[in-house]
Ligand binder design. Sequence first.
Ligand SMILES: [Fe+2]
Ligand SMILES: [Fe+2]
Length: 186
Amino acid sequence: MDQLTARLLDIYGTRATRRYGLSKVTQLQHALQGAAMAEAACESDSMVVAALLHDIGHMVHGLGEDPALAGIDDRHEALSAAWLAEYFGPQVTEPVRLHVQAKRYLCASDRDYLSLLSDDSVRSLHLQGGPMNEAEARAFCQQDAADQAVRLRLYDDRAKDPQAATPPFEHFLAAIERARLHSPVR
Ligand SMILES: [Fe+2]
Ligand SMILES: [Fe+2]
């Protein structure tokens, strides 16, 4: 087993049993549901891996179970992207880095989006800066990975179903391997 696989199995086999914010799913269920949705939508391996690992930052910080409850933004999107940059290139790390900005963008650009957000996403939105203003939204759209980040965000928002059946984490190891080949560290 290579180092990345061992680290991921350790993290998702132990620390991912934490609840995902206020929702009724664990971090592991959230990760698997997002990745399964990306796979079902025929996304690239890089996007499947981004959906699977986008919140790894929540599991590698030392801020406790639910920092948002204490009014702290854990900046998990930056932590996730930095962690993943050791193993993957920008096709994986950029949508991950931008997935919180994508929420702020969607809040500003889509009237109905805010009403679809879960309670914990609304709560963290305020810690994360609230909906983007016009200049921020324009700047967001100009980023290369903006489209991928928005798609990742939409999988993220839907991946909170306590009843959903998913493949196990091991199912995605092949996509992880291929994503490393196709999106190598720069
Ligand atoms: Fe997240
Ligand atoms: Fe998430």
